[in-house]
Design a protein around this ligand. Structure first.
Ligand SMILES: Cc1cc2nc3c(=O)[nH]c(=O)nc-3n(C[C@H](O)[C@H](O)[C@H](O)COP(=O)(O)OP(=O)(O)OC[C@H]3O[C@@H](n4cnc5c(N)ncnc54)[C@H](O)[C@@H]3O)c2cc1C
Length: 484
């Protein structure tokens, strides 16, 4: 018992000290100087998030300490072949052991991580780590206790088949700790050439930060090999890395507290869709990019709900607009009960779904998936009236087409913007409609079935997956700070 307490306190205090030093240096002392390198500019992990992460860390170390004691007892019994005399089998053997352990832990992590993201398992274990949207040093050890044990369990069978020096084990632990810290730093410290071969084989802080906001890709630990091999690398990774290196005078916004937004207008767009307008005086609300979304907090029948809604207004408008389709609790309240003058709460706009610079765009929308795409189309045409944009817009019927008149008006104003409508029971979006040889950037937002069929077609046509971008309207999605 005393050994456990000693071991636990030593490791947990050491970890908290390392994370606190990193936090003080990068988030506090040099935080503003490094603002161009802050990966998520409009989200800022606050005390409530960090408090939660420290608590989770304290619990997860109970598991990893117990596991460490099991390993040591296996060593004492001679089952695990750990030895203390460094260099007993020669220096090359020590180096080889370290390399092998790094590769095994990388592979183990990738596959375990992918499995933990399976929808049937995710919420029980790994969701705890993903409560941290804006990652920071304290996120690096904030795991479910089961995950903390599972991710290191590979050491045991390995140590039964080959001798491992305690030094080699220590080196791998130190490498793992610092790699984890780097991936969760929230700041991209790697220089620009880490976007090029061979350096781009390493997992960067940008790579892992995107994993925390987009969930379904970038599962790697040290290296990107497995993500590349299995096609699970998120498309926006290298764009975002480059954007960060091109930034000048980036402004960081504290986005940990909800602010009031008063409804200034309500417009019913279709039988089941409504647009809400806001005219906040807080200028940070207007500092968004087309494609980003608001995270709103609404009280319905005494219960508080958090929901995300893409902005359907365009940067430069003197109002914010979200467009909501009837679904469940919150959308019902917006559609049937909200009145002009009512106040809801919201965080500043965030999100990685943004248009890249390009001359050719193909936008594919299904139903309410038009909201971020409509904002992007207007923004692109405002900035570059010569851009070629094709919108493929799928809906149930003529009456359910959101922004029909506005889209028609845009096609008249910009000859290089065209819109093709696809109504249920009539023509479906086919590979021919996607202009797969145009070198276009593709932006897709809509129901899963539509996204899957578009992705399949683009994949078959060999379109570079870096040119395909998508937004997920996950129902009931709630960031960490929304819970407290
Ligand atoms: C980045 C992002 C952007 C988004 N942008 C938009 C947008 O622009 N426009 C838009 O309309 N939506 C958007 N969404 C989706 C939006 O956030 C909400 O998820 C959506 O409006 C549904 O919320 P709700 O409260 O109305 O429904 P909920 O009450 O959360 O219900 C969602 C679904 O679950 C079902 N459901 C609820 N409770 C139960 C239960 N107990 N058992 C079984 N089924 C149940 C409902 O029938 C419904 O189909 C976006 C989401 C994200 C993540």
């Amino acid at each position: 018992m005393i050994t456990f307490v000693q071991q636990y306190l030593t490791t947990v205090i050491a970890a908290l000290m390392i994370m606190s030093v990193a936090y003080l240096i990068f988030w506090k002392v040099f935080g503003n100087k490094l603002s161009n390198r802050k990966i998520q500019l409009s989200t800022r992990a606050g005390w409530s998030q960090i408090k939660g992460e420290i608590g989770t860390t304290a619990l997860s170390f109970v598991g990893s300490t117990l596991f460490m004691l099991v390993i040591l007892s296996f060593k004492d019994q001679g089952i695990a072949k750990f030895y203390v005399e460094t260099g007993k089998y020669g220096v090359p053997y020590e180096i080889m052991t370290v390399i092998l352990m790094v590769l095994i832990s990388d592979t183990w992590f990738y596959w375990s991580h992918r499995i933990m993201h399976h929808p049937k398992i995710y919420k029980y274990v790994h969701a705890l780590h993903h409560k941290s949207l804006d990652v920071n040093p304290y996120t690096s050890t904030s795991f479910h206790v089961i995950e903390a044990i599972w991710l290191t369990v590979w050491i045991l069978p390995l140590s039964m088949v080959m001798p491992i020096s305690m030094t080699a084990l220590g080196i791998v632990q130190v490498l793992g700790t610092f790699n984890n810290l780097k991936s969760h730093l929230g700041y991209e410290l790697f220089p620009g050439f880490f976007n090029k071969v061979p350096f781009n084989m390493l997992v960067t802080a940008t790579n892992h930060s995107l994993h925390h906001t987009q969930y379904n890709g970038n599962y790697g630990l040290f290296f990107r090999f497995w993500d590349i091999l299995c096609g699970t690398e998120l498309n926006d990774t290298s764009h975002l890395f480059q954007d960060i290196h091109e930034r000048k005078d980036a402004v960081m916004i504290d986005n940990t507290k909800y602010k009031n937004l008063t409804i200034s207008n309500l417009v019913k767009e279709t039988d089941d869709t409504i647009s809400l307008y806001f005219k906040p005086s807080d200028q940070f609300f207007y500092a968004y990019e087309a494609g980003q979304h608001l995270t709103v907090r609404v009280k319905v029948k005494g219960r508080t709900h958090n929901r995300c809604f893409s902005l359907s207004s365009t940067p430069g408008n003197d109002f914010l607009r979200i467009t909501v389709k009837l679904k469940g609790e919150v959308s019902h309240w917006f559609y049937n009960e909200a009145k002009i003058g009512d106040t809801i709460e919201s965080l500043y706009p965030v999100g990685d779904f943004k248009a890249n610079k390009s001359e050719n765009y193909v936008m594919i929308a299904g139903g309410s998936g038009i909201t971020p795409l409509y904002s992007m189309i207007k923004d692109i045409l405002n900035k570059n009236p010569k851009a070629n944009i094709k919108l493929l817009y799928a809906n149930k019927s003529e009456n359910s087409i959101i922004f029909k008149n506005e889209i028609d008006a845009l096609t008249k104003l910009y000859p290089n913007f065209e819109c093709q409508h696809f109504l249920s029971g009539q023509k479906r979006i086919s590979i021919e409609d996607l202009d797969v040889n145009s070198g276009a950037n593709y932006y897709v937002c809509g129901p899963d079935s539509l996204k899957e069929s578009v992705f399949d077609n683009l994949h078959i046509a060999g379109v570079n997956k870096n040119n395909i971008h998508t937004e997920h309207f996950v129902d009931g999605y709630v960031p960490w700070f929304g819970l407290v």
